[in-house]
Design a protein around this ligand. Sequence first.
Ligand code: SF4
Length: 389
Amino acid sequence: MGGVQELIATLARAARNPLSYARDWKQRTQGKVVGVLPMNFPQELVHAAGALPVTIQEGAAPITLGRGFLFEYYCGYTRSLIDQAATGQFDDLDAVFLVDHCVALLGAADAMRFAMPDKPIVLAQFSASMDEPWNRPDISRNIGYMRQRLSELCQVEITDARLSNSVALYNENRRLLRQLYDLRRSGELTLSSVQMQLLVQTSMIMDVEEHTRIITELIPLLGSQERRSGVRVHLSGHFCHAPPPDLLEMIESCGGIVVDDDLYTGFRYISTDVPATGDPADALMAWYFARNANVPCATRAQKSVDWETFLAAAVEKNRAGAVIMLMPKFCEPHMLYYPELRKELDRRGIPHLLIETEHEGLPLESLRTRVEALIERVQHGAPASPVVA
Ligand code: SF4
């Protein structure tokens, strides 16, 4: 059994270089590796085909060859995707699968096809309009299509039994991560936001059984970590990829204690299990709808739920004193939704701050001033909220 540092180091290695992790897995198992794009693709389908699903992360390198494929006003994630494709970093992937969710991602998929003409890039359209009567049958058809394409790619029949087994493994993994979220919200466990992000990010990258083994070992060891105090903060937003760790560290160094989030590389990703009974393909379809009801997304339209109501309820539940919204620059769905979030937080007197992130780097010192101002505002009497984590 490893200690906390050793286990975290194993996760950090995979997070630092997901494609190298995938290469090692491929050599070890002779299996196929499938890159999947955020935010709605069910990894269970790939796993049930015997392949490793790896959610493609934003690369750390400056964008070079990719500049010729997408405009500068595409979000950093999509520009990084195409740059990684153009510079040969996806050579070890056997295919890329995605379920579209925004125009920028569709553009990136087309550009990836152009940059990697021999690589299968399989797109299924999951309609964003969740309330239409034709949506559920349409998504069922799309899940069937992806199941078929993955069967062909991996030369294996994805039986219901295989799919149910994959669903159970992923549900268990998500359950453990949600357990950590609950402990963090309640204050029983202090996990920095970088540590929490690492746990979720690696669940997107690593073999699910290996990841579950590691976090099962890790959970009892985490309780012994030193507790910290500060202003309780909820982090919100940041679709598709992880916010920079130095930004998260800066927020906590200013006196913010992140107690909860609805980040994609965070609670949004692990919020919802796939139903474990019934037809497993129908269950994947049900998961798509349930997840948006649990943690609404600005890329989906559903009359019965909205993000701002979810966010206000989350803050009430987790007793956060402030919300910091993290938005990748040029993320159109988030930009369009932001006024609604802002209005609702203002209406409820919840202090908040918007920080835009960029692939090209962040002015951390000027951002620090803004975060410090937010924290001081809460400490010096902004609307009643507990300040000790
Ligand atoms: S949702 Fe936002 S971050 Fe994700 S691909 Fe679209 S524009 Fe980029």
